[in-house]
Design a protein around this ligand. Structure first.
Ligand code: PLP
Length: 454
């Protein structure tokens, strides 16, 4: 028999004892916590039995959908065999070794190694140290600074939040830490002014060259960016942006770090987001879709350029976590990658449901509240706007997003609003009919948002 208290008490228990991440606890306690009890496919169910289509795959992570028994079985098998052992001091476990090989098999010819962590934030902390250790080993210890982007997101640890460009995070805890600076973001709709998207893409990419020159290339270790900014609003950069960034990193001899925590494992219709843009990272943090969120695991994909130096020159990299390469998490991730491969989910996103979502989003562009839609694979955004012709955005960006989001939620669709952008990131197993449902519910949410704002 279950020892779990009745669901009716859980809200009160939660309010009394659970401090939530990224949540205004006073408001949350007044509104009440939503209790999610189970999931199946693309749907989650709350404690009142209400069914929601999860247009956000949990937190950009449940790529294979909910309720996959194969993962539960793989986890149970590994739990019974070996629930834990560390990967320090010259040991590994079978699923950990197999997983490292499997990840690199999808990453392109110059990436052959992985360092495991417990999360995406830890992955960003890990490469930050790795990059500095790499340059020091090459006799360039002054190459320490990291250039990141305004409105980027790289996690919540001190290093991750510092590399992220979220002002509201920097304001708490006196961030960013020393050695991390920011340049602009390729957000044409909001910041491109009179320039064409292509011109604007080049302009913001060239801010990187200017910043490197200002700091001195001898002081800069790396540039980090998400292929498509996720938490910042699913901002798909103009086509000119990434090739120019890659060119500048090469010319100025700094490492290119591509944060694949959201974009990795099929979300963009490629195994990794950098493959969509045709660039090759030196280091790439991963997490989320690696295990479809079934168990926590992250890592850093390490190119031969860095990996060979770490292995042959550095020797001891004095860094790691108790749960680096955790065997049960690795077993879950391995089974998850098997499912993605066997069900051809990456191809499915690229050839079928990705273009179908793009079409659906485009169909919303006739709505007076919609300024632009963008998507790559199953990662999309709807830009809400006050005046379409002038691209004038609402004074209260939060309000318009929350109005649309809450209406969708009340109608059984989970979406995220980042300010005045509605974000989409459904499980990769979503069907065309479910995409139709997402678009129809969004349109109702837009009608509601329009009335609320005008
Ligand atoms: N990097 C990116 C691009 C992310 O979107 C996130 C989380 O949303 C992270 C890093 C941090 O990952 P985690 O929350 O697993 O620490």
């Amino acid at each position: 028999m279950s020892t779990m208290p009745a669901a009716s008490n859980l809200g009160a228990l939660d309010a009394a004892h659970h401090l939530h991440p990224f949540s205004d606890m006073k408001k949350l306690n007044a509104a009440g916590t939503r209790i999610i009890e189970r999931g199946e496919g693309c749907y989650i169910y709350d404690n009142h039995g209400k069914k929601y289509l999860d247009g956000f795959a949990g937190l950009w992570c449940v790529n294979i959908g909910y309720g996959r028994k194969e993962i539960a079985d793989a986890v149970a098998r590994q739990m019974n065999e070996l629930p834990y052992y560390n990967t320090f001091f010259g040991t590994t476990t079978p699923p950990t070794a197999l997983l490292a090989q499997k990840i690199t098999s999808h990453a392109g010819p110059n990436i052959n190694r992985v360092f495991f962590t417990g999360s995406g934030s830890e992955a960003n902390d890990t490469w930050f140290r790795m990059a500095r250790v790499y340059w020091a080993a090459l006799g360039k210890p002054s190459k320490k600074m990291v250039i990141a982007r305004r409105n980027g997101y790289h996690g919540s640890t001190v290093v991750g939040a510092s590399m992220g460009g979220m002002k509201y995070m920097h304001e708490q805890g006196a961030l960013p830490i020393e050695g991390i600076v920011h340049i602009g973001q390729p957000f044409w709709y909001g910041e491109g002014g009179e320039l064409s998207p292509a011109e604007f893409g080049l302009k913001v990419a060239r801010e990187l060259a200017e910043k490197i020159d200002e700091l001195g290339a001898d002081n800069v270790a790396a540039f980090v960016a998400e292929p498509i900014q996720g938490a910042g609003g699913v901002i798909v950069p103009p086509e000119t942006y990434w090739p120019e960034i890659a060119r500048i990193c090469k010319e100025k001899d700094i490492l290119l770090v591509v944060d694949e925590v959201i974009c990795g494992f099929g979300r963009t219709g490629h195994w990794f987001g950098h493959q969509h843009f045709g660039v090759q990272p030196d280091l790439a943090p991963i997490a989320k879709g690696l295990s479809s969120g079934y168990l926590p695991i992250g890592g850093v994909m390490v190119s031969d350029r860095v990996g060979d130096v770490l292995v042959n020159e550095v020797g001891d990299f004095n860094h790691g976590f108790t749960y680096s390469g955790h065997p049960v998490c690795a077993a879950a991730a391995l089974e998850n990658l098997r499912i993605i491969e066997d069900e051809k989910l990456v191809e499915r996103v690229h050839d079928d449901v990705g273009p179908y979502l793009a079409e659906g989003l485009k169909s919303l562009e006739d709505h007076p509240l919609v300024g632009q839609t963008q998507s790559v694979g199953l990662m999309g955004a709807v830009q809400l706007v006050d005046d379409k012709a002038s691209r004038k955005r609402f004074e209260d960006k939060e309000k318009v997003g929350v109005e649309v989001r809450n209406h969708c939620l009340a109608n059984g669709l989970v979406l995220r609003a980042t300010g005045d952008r509605m974000l989409y990131s459904p499980p990769l197993v979503i069907t065309r009919a479910e995409i139709d449902q997402m678009i129809e519910t969004t349109r109702k949410g837009l009608d509601h948002g329009w009335k609320a704002m005008k």
